[in-house]
Design a protein around this ligand. Structure first.
Ligand code: RTP
Ligand code: MG
Length: 140
């Protein structure tokens, strides 16, 4: 298995409840390394572009509104099989279906306010990382 980078967001429900450190502890305990991180306020345009793949879905408006409702922490994580590993650490999209010990089981409030985002494939990881980080902001 190869070392991969993945893109992560600690969503507004995490910053609002002061949980970014607690989520990062779960990430690091799983063996993923935080190689870039910054706290930002996403603009509507940024959120719409980021979730463009979901633009036709009924929850799109709600999703953009939530993602711009407060600060987020955007991150690049690195590790062996990092993309799949982080999806495992995050748990199912709906916290009701998330496995014990996952971030979403531990912290998520609902399918919308579900604490974290993680890329789903190498192609999307590369696109998402480039949307928020310059190359020299990532230090592996
Ligand atoms: P993410 O992209 O945020 O890592 O989450 P995911 O892959 O597990 O889920 P995805 O299907 O890509 O959906 C993106 C985000 O949209 C919100 N959502 N709301 N109300 C709903 O039924 C619904 N379904 C999805 C969630 O915040 C989900 O993380
Ligand atoms: Mg997704």
């Amino acid at each position: 298995m190869a070392v991969q980078r993945t893109f992560s967001i600690l969503k507004p429900d995490a910053t609002k409840r002061n949980l970014t450190g607690a989520v990062n502890a779960v990430i690091e305990k799983a063996g993923l390394r935080i190689v870039a991180q910054k706290r930002i306020q996403m603009t509507k345009a940024q959120a719409e572009a980021f979730y463009a793949v979901h633009s036709a879905r009924p929850f799109f408006g709600e999703l953009v509104e939530f993602m711009t409702s407060g600060p987020v922490v955007v991150q690049v994580l690195e590790g062996e099989d990092g993309i799949a590993k982080y999806r495992e650490v995050m748990g199912a999209t709906n916290p009701a279906n998330a496995a014990e010990g996952t971030v979403r089981k531990l912290f998520a409030l609902s399918v919308g306010e579900n604490t974290v985002h993680g890329s789903d494939a190498p192609e999307t990881a590369a696109i998402e990382i480039a949307q928020f980080f310059a190359g020299n902001e990532i230090v592996g």
